[in-house]
Design a protein around this ligand. Structure first.
Ligand SMILES: Cc1cc2nc3c(=O)[nH]c(=O)nc-3n(C[C@H](O)[C@H](O)[C@H](O)COP(=O)(O)OP(=O)(O)OC[C@H]3O[C@@H](n4cnc5c(N)ncnc54)[C@H](O)[C@@H]3O)c2cc1C
Length: 306
């Protein structure tokens, strides 16, 4: 990691709470479900698709897992009550993956049963490479037990991902994959070192998935990948109905609006919760590139205000 990035990463915990709160407010709907519903309504009024995420990860006690799961159950009910799209994203380690695969399967299975009743969709996210095998094993069980209700995430920065795509396509149950580059800093031995290779892998895996009949959520803010998406969306039969773009709340909003106006189906990822500081710190520490984006964004806003 370059020295400037290491300095940025090391200084993240020193950022005072009010500054960090300001830094995060652009990317996070708020501290509670009511904030998320409020922001969700604003975005839904602009015709965006939505996915709601309760912040939290690496939970090690069953009490905490069950509290997080209860929040997701309540969220599903509230989304239905407010007539908002019932689409949620959750992290495997927030749902007890570190406690045990069977336990995680049960906790998420309960959420999926509830989701099926409400015609909702649940995205089982992807975290560090050390968790991928367990995540995919639990995902495959969920996908077979609750067909059409759950999807996963694959990270194009990893060498293994193309094989993971091929393995997932072997199973007949419906497959819905969010393709991302990957947010975690991974060892050079398992990840592509170069942005061009990460993008090539992204396009290759997305096309393989679409040609194999899967739904692909192209989650990216990268102009080059969005251009690629526009091409394969129309060149692969069925891809227009089986794909969408996804973007994080607060990121490249002008481009998001432009792509939306061009008629691209666009889902906004809306995180909320009291665990924002831990989440933002970890994200910034793990990926100094994000810290630079965030700091630059804040500086620009201050400049406008000043
Ligand atoms: C909906 C969604 C869900 C995701 N889920 C996961 C997941 O489950 N697991 C996982 O590992 N990763 C996940 N990610 C993160 C992803 O892996 C990337 O780290 C992130 O999207 C940045 O990559 P990019 O494709 O946008 O390309 P980049 O090349 O990193 O970014 C392209 C451009 O977008 C802008 N940009 C990107 N991120 C930011 C930001 N935070 N703030 C301001 N500007 C920014 C910059 O201008 C940059 O030049 C998710 C991303 C999205 C959009």
């Amino acid at each position: 990691m370059p020295i400037l990035d290491r300095l940025i990463a090391a200084s993240v915990p020193l950022v005072p709470r009010p500054l960090m709160r300001r830094l995060s407010s652009r990317y996070i709907a708020g501290e509670n479900r009511a904030d998320a519903l409020h922001r969700g309504k604003e975005l839904a009024a602009k015709d965006y698709r939505l996915t709601f995420d309760q912040l939290g990860e690496a939970v090690n006690s069953k009490e905490e897992v069950e509290a997080a799961a209860k929040e997701y159950h309540d969220l599903l009910d509230d989304l239905a009550a407010h007539d908002l799209e019932r689409n949620i994203s959750l992290k495997p380690t927030q749902m007890g993956l570190d406690i045990g695969e069977d336990y995680c399967f049960e906790v998420v299975g309960d959420i999926l049963r509830h989701a099926s009743e409400l015609q909702a969709f649940v995205r089982f996210e992807m975290e560090e490479s050390s968790t991928i095998d367990a995540t995919l094993r639990v995902f495959q069980r969920l996908r077979i037990s609750y067909p059409g209700t759950v999807g996963c995430v694959l990270q194009s920065m990893l060498h293994r991902t193309e094989q993971d795509v091929r393995d997932l396509l072997q199973e007949e149950a419906p497959l819905n994959v969010r393709m991302v580059k990957g947010i975690y800093v991974e060892p050079a031995s398992i990840a592509y070192p170069d942005g061009g290779e990460v993008n090539d892998s992204y396009v290759r895996c997305s096309k393989l998935l679409l040609e194999g009949g899967a739904f692909v959520a192209a989650a990216t803010h990268d102009d080059k990948l969005v251009e690629e998406y526009k091409k394969f969306r129309v060149s692969i039969p069925g891809a227009e109905e089986r794909s969408e773009l996804q973007m994080l709340c607060g990121v490249r909003e002008q481009e998001r609006q432009a792509w939306h106006e061009q008629g691209l189906p666009l889902r906004v990822y809306l995180p909320y919760g009291s665990a924002w500081r831990k989440y933002v710190e970890r994200r910034l520490r793990k990926n100094p590139k994000l810290a630079r984006y965030a700091l630059l964004g804040m500086w620009k806003r201050q400049e406008k205000m000043g």
